[in-house]
Design a protein. Structure first.
Length: 330
């Protein structure tokens, strides 16, 4: 839907299209970017790459990736009558780094108890699933108020079987880098994605463009070689995957997640920080005491991480990873 013009009293007034209103509303709600695509199936190149990745065994401990393949590549299977998808991006790049503000772990006795495990940037924030879903519902309410109360929506934030990075590219939000992250030209690779599938027909944006060219810094930075030069991400070797779904790998001191490929990306360094100051960042979660984690009770774990993505991995796995990290540094 194109914007309309009205001449009044010698002035020209621009009325925004519905699509532009949706983008503006998404920014008003606190998202850092928004784009629109149709609800047609994902392109064949993405489907074939995904199936080859599964056949190669690269899903590793993420066995859920084998399920719901038809839904993953066809948004309309998640919502009957779907015609459009609004894709939003939320930056999780904090305003400053933990070291830049002089934060350091508290001093503890020697003998291994002073060792710390690193936590990925996104998990230093509050749980993005819980943060983004209400905002997407507000966006859906806005669209419903502007079009038809009978239009329907499906809100997706990570857990739905949906090829969200491919949809984000189609919605004009960037390109998928060699680190297998969506790279937004302004926000870099540290973005969290959410989708609003709707039965409302909307004019799609132009697909995103760009590539990593001859840059391979992320491949060189990956501690375990999980980023393969054949274009596959091998989850069996990926520290981020293994700290959440499988036994901890024997490299590095990452307690939850891994940011090595993200931090090596040139887009990360020059990326804008998150514009949403309501998205809480806990600087003290950047590094966690390993012995302290091992000694956590279930009650203490729930109290400390009730609003964190870390809670999804469970206390037993977190302790297992902490013991592995501690054995490597003691």
């Amino acid at each position: 839907m194109n914007p309309t013009w009205l001449r009044a009293g010698g002035s020209i007034i621009l009325f925004m299209s519905l699509e532009q209103e949706i983008r503006e509303k998404a920014l008003e709600l606190g998202f850092d970017a928004a784009g629109i695509t149709d609800a047609s199936p994902i392109g064949r190149e993405h489907v074939e790459h995904f199936k080859a990745w599964l056949q190669a065994g690269c899903a590793g401990p993420m066995q859920y990736m084998h399920r719901n393949q038809e839904k993953r590549f066809d948004p309309a299977q998640l919502l009957k009558g779907a015609r459009s998808v609004v894709v939003v991006a939320l930056s999780y790049k904090p305003p400053v780094s933990a070291t830049a503000v002089g934060w350091a772990p508290p001093t503890v006795p020697a003998g291994g108890a002073g060792s710390f495990g690193k936590v990925a940037l996104y998990a230093q924030h509050e749980d993005y699933h819980d943060f983004m879903k209400p905002l997407l519902r507000e966006l859906a309410d806005f669209v419903q108020s502007r079009v038809d109360s009978q239009c329907r929506f499906k809100i997706c934030v990570d857990t739905a079987p949906l090829a969200e990075k491919a949809l984000a590219v189609r919605a004009g939000l960037g390109f998928i880098g060699k680190n297998h992250l969506l790279i937004h030209p302004r926000l870099g690779p540290q973005v969290l994605l959410g989708e609003m599938i709707t039965t409302t027909a909307l004019e799609p944006d132009e697909p995103g463009r760009g590539d990593c060219a001859d840059c391979d810094l992320c491949l060189k930075a990956c501690p375990t070689g999980a980023l393969r030069r054949d274009g596959f991400l091998d989850a069996r070797r990926c520290i981020s995957c293994l700290t959440q779904y499988g036994p901890s790998p024997g490299t590095g001191n990452w307690l939850f997640g891994c940011d090595e490929c993200l931090l090596a990306c040139p887009y990360h360094e020059r990326a804008h920080v998150s514009a949403n100051r309501q998205f809480r960042w806990y600087i003290e979660r950047a590094r966690l005491g390993l012995q302290e984690v091992i000694e956590l009770t279930p009650e203490a774990f729930d109290a400390r991480f009730h609003d964190s993505p870390i809670r999804h991995t469970g206390l037993d796995r977190l302790k297992q990873t902490a013991r592995g990290c501690l054995n490597r540094v003691v």
